[in-house]
Design a binder for this molecule. Structure first.
Ligand SMILES: CC(C)(COP(=O)(O)OP(=O)(O)OC[C@H]1O[C@@H](n2cnc3c(N)ncnc32)[C@H](O)[C@@H]1OP(=O)(O)O)[C@@H](O)C(=O)NCCC(=O)NCCS
Length: 191
């Protein structure tokens, strides 16, 4: 039997931060994640095919969190947070300690451009900077992903350099803790 998914979309803007929750991604999410990666709006901007879901969703290395974002309890996006200095393949090369790197996409194209990505990132910032030693978050959108870059810059990321990763030209950006505290009104008490 063919399963038909129906999304009821609120065409207004999202003004509450309570719609989105994160949960750990599990092996049961494998097919959904694969199907999201095949969607044109994701594929165009996240072309790397080496996610190895069958293996990776069964592992929980200390340097990584793979999260499913849910909107009212229904999966709609993916978020990965890594410690790039500890990541095993050394994707980020010779990178400093005390950073986090984020990957994000909204799998359901009907939900793109409605503010949910912004909410996901703000929650991700809180999660990353809740570790007191984390000094900054880095990201590597494709240099061609102009909308993605605009999205990140609106959140406070600053362009650092262009760099080639796995054959793709990327625009590396950084959000420092200081800038996050300032822009997102998140001044933390230091001990
Ligand atoms: C990037 C992404 C997570 C942003 O989430 P979002 O919920 O769409 O973004 P928001 O609604 O919070 O903010 C809107 C902004 O997102 C950016 N954006 C990026 N891709 C977009 C798309 N396909 N459609 C609409 N907005 C997009 C734009 O800057 C947009 O603002 P603009 O309309 O003024 O250009 C989401 O669009 C997405 O998953 N895109 C495809 C995958 C991707 O590019 N991932 C990032 C790889 S580094």
């Amino acid at each position: 039997m063919c399963k038909v998914e129906v999304w009821i979309i609120d065409h207004g803007s999202v003004n509450s931060e309570h719609h989105i929750t994160f949960r750990k991604a599990t092996i049961d999410d494998h097919q959904m994640l694969e199907s999201w990666l095949q969607k044109p709006h994701v594929l165009e901007n996240v072309p790397d095919e080496s996610w190895g879901w069958e293996t990776e969703l069964l592992r929980e290395p200390e340097w990584r969190e793979m999260l499913i974002a849910e909107l009212h309890g229904k999966p709609m996006g993916f978020l990965q947070i890594i410690d790039p200095a500890l990541e095993e393949t050394r994707y980020w090369g010779d990178v400093s300690k005390n950073l986090r790197a984020i990957d994000i996409w909204i799998g359901e194209e009907a939900l793109v451009g409605k503010g949910y990505g912004t909410q996901m990132m703000k929650k991700a910032f809180d999660r990353c900077f809740s570790a007191p030693d984390v000094t900054a978050i880095i990201i590597d959108p494709l240099a061609s992903n102009e909308r993605g870059i605009r999205f990140y810059q609106r959140l406070g990321f600053e362009f650092l350099r262009t760099e080639w990763f796995d054959g793709y030209e990327c625009a590396v950006h950084k959000l420092t803790r200081q800038r996050w505290e300032l822009l997102h009104n998140r001044k933390q008490t230091r001990h």
